[in-house]
Every structure is written in structure tokens, then in C-alpha cells.
Design a protein around this ligand. Sequence first.
Ligand code: UD1
Length: 434
Amino acid sequence: MNGLEEIRVRGGTPLCGSITIQGSKNAALPVMAASLLHRGVSVLRKCPRITDVFCMEEILKSLGAKTWWEQNDLYLDCEDADKTEISSVYTGKMRSSVILLGAMLGRNKEGIMGYPGGCVIGKRPVDLHVCVLQSLGAEVTENDSFIKASCSKMKGCRFVFPKKSVGATEQALLAAVFAEGRTILENCAVEPEILMLCRYLNEMGASIEKTGESRLEITGMTELNGGDMAIPPDRIVAGTYLCAAAATRGKIIIENPPEGEMEAFLEVYRKMGGQYEWNSGKLVANATKVAYPVTDLETEAYPGFPTDLQSPLMAVLATIPGNSSLRENIFEDRFRIVEELKNMGADIQVQGRTARINGGNRLHGAELSAAELRGGAALIIAALAAEGESVIKGCSFIHRGYENICRDLAVLGGQIRENTGNIFYENIQLQEKN
Ligand code: UD1
């Protein structure tokens, strides 16, 4: 990518048609890290071809792994992945790379990496990652530019997370599978992607049990076999496309919905006037009657409303007459799209962690800039609902998590195209609409 990418959207067309959802980013990344725990080949099927996955692939290669793709199946051969240092060139781009510290400790008893970066949505400290590794017996040193962890022997422990963290729970799991004895993790995050990681590790031969609502128990092993698993559909991508349908008052069918993982989001969908039904494993959504504002919604750890869908939902609420309010409890700086939405004519006030949306103003096209992944997707949603043309810059953020959002939305009838800097291609009407 050369920084010239932009997405152009002509708004006003209700989305209509059916779509298949890509594999989940947040499931794929920890499973890739887990593959480091086997000295041989592991396979991730239906893996999304997104830049965060490519970045994790590059990191594993820099440690000595060989990787290759067969369509959407990603093969990782970690036989020789014994290097223990990860450059800040990679870790600065992607925060979730920090979980490789636990995997490197498990494999080679040491790891050093550049300080983790990623989307700018708040402070995003790594103190919980450090604490749990220390409890497992690692010595950790950190400064502004790197984190280093080493141990002579990882030992099972009981650790109560003071706060739920997806990444720190994954970190703990990756380190604990090779720790001697039993590890009990309390107040864990239990997002579907974490349970997926547990299933994957168990398939590799680990022993991880969920023994309470947010408790995981691990019995340490000395080696693991190769993993082979299909990455499930991405619940955040599914929610993004349902938001796009809601903002344009369309009707869409999701062919492979992440069933049972979207309850909090679907409850809000229903409150807004959206209708849906499950039909032979598909999710059939009719958003033509979306008309009701939503108040006092808060983002929470799973199974609460996901922070990753807060911005996409805000774009929808901007189109609904009346007063809505959203409170962001997870990341303090996740209202970066507000100024962009205001440029499109939206009326939104932010006070601390709460955004009040006085919805219903007709949105108009504008020059917009994506500052982070989900905020970028939210701008596309707003642009699809707006009158006239919008140009969205900063597309590289969006490619971190969406395989081909322009193609998908064009399949649903959205007037959207992407300028890659080299080829200017129309994504419109690639497939027959249902
Ligand atoms: C993961 C997801 C991200 C999602 C987020 C919350 C991946 C690759 N990313 O991010 O899409 O938005 O969960 O559902 O799976 N915290 C600390 N100290 C720490 C770690 C976290 O205070 O050491 C805080 C964070 O600042 C935040 C909260 O804990 O306020 C939750 O963060 P966490 O669950 O760790 O998010 P990520 O794993 O980074």
C-alpha cells in the first residue's frame, strides 16, 4: 500500500442482498500465536486475508517460521521458529503481537519485543500482561522501547485478573500451557475468541477447562501437537454489515452468521426497530423499519455490547430521529469519529465517556479521514447513508480487519469503490443481488 488509497462512497441506496462473513480477526491472531507452541506445521482454515494477519505472519517468519497460503487456508511451519526477538517495526503496528511474549516464554523460556502499538483508541497499557507472566514465574523488564521476559521454569499459579482483558487472558493461556502444574485464572475475559483459543490449544493436546463463568484452569504440558482448525466467522464484521443495512434501511441475509455470539448487538438492533430471523442457519435481517433511538447503552466485556461495534452503531444512531446515548467503558479515546460525523451534518456531543446523539439530521457526503479500524468502517456506514459522495482516507486502518469491505458492500448494492493508488476499479455489482 502506498498511502494513496481512498474509498469513495455515493450514499442513499438501501443495502440489499446476501453476504458471507470472513473469518474472525480476533480469533485468528491468538491462534497464530499458539501455533508457535508446536515444533511443526499447523493449519488455520478460512483465515481472513487482512493486514493484521499478514503482520502476524511476518512476525512468525522473522522468528524462523515458514508460512504459505492455499486460498484462505494458512499453513504455519514453526519447526525452526526459535528466535526470541521481535522488532518494533512489527510490534509498533499491531498491539495484539504482545501475546507472543507468552508463547515465546512457553517455547524457549525467553522473549524480547518492541513495545506494542496498534490502533489509537486510548491508553492501552500492558500491566496485566506483565503481572500474569510474573505470577507464572517470569522475570519481566520493560522500558519505553521494549519488553523482555525470561524464566528458568514457568510454574502454575492462581491469578485473579483485577480487570477483564482479552489480550492478557490470551497471554496467560499461552504461557500457562507449558507451566509446571496447575494454573487457575479468575476473572478472565471469556470472549468467543478466547474460548476458540482454548479449543485450539486443547486440540493441540493442552488441558484447559472452563470451570466457572470467568474461570479457566490449565494443567501444564511439556509439548503440543500441530493445530488444525477453521476460523469462525467474524462477529464484528457481521455486526458492521448489519449496521450498514440499518443505516440505509436495507434488508440483508448473512449466510454464515456467528450464531450465539451476537446477542447483545441483536438486542440493540431490535430496539432500533430492526427485525431479524434465523432461517436454516442464515440470519435474515430487515432494517426497513429502523426508527427508534437507543439510550443508555454501554460497552462492556462479552457478553455485553462490544466496544468494537460502538462506532458502527453511532453511525446508525446519527440517522435515527431522537436522542440516543452511548457510553464507552472499555477504551477512553474511542469517539474519534464524532468530528467526522459532525462534518457530515450529525449532531453529537461528547461528555467524558458518553456521547449524546441527536439523530435524524440528513447526513451529507464529505471528505473524511479514518483514524482507526472500527471507526473507519463506521465512516463508510455513515457515507452509505448520506446524500452525495464521500471520500474516505486512511483506508489502511480499515484493511487491518476487513478483507474486502468495498467488495462486500458493493455486492449488497452499495455504491462504493476503492482507489488503491494504482488501479481504480469499480467494485459495484460484482455478484447478482438476491
Ligand atoms: C481486544 C480486541 C479488540 C477489542 C478489545 C476489547 C484483539 C486482537 N483485539 O483488544 O478488538 O476492542 O479486546 O474487547 O482481540 N487493559 C489494562 N491493562 C492491560 C491490558 C488491558 O488496563 O494490561 C485495559 C485496556 O486499556 C482496556 C481494557 O483493559 O481498557 C480491555 O482491553 P483488552 O481486553 O485487553 O483489549 P485488547 O486485548 O487490547
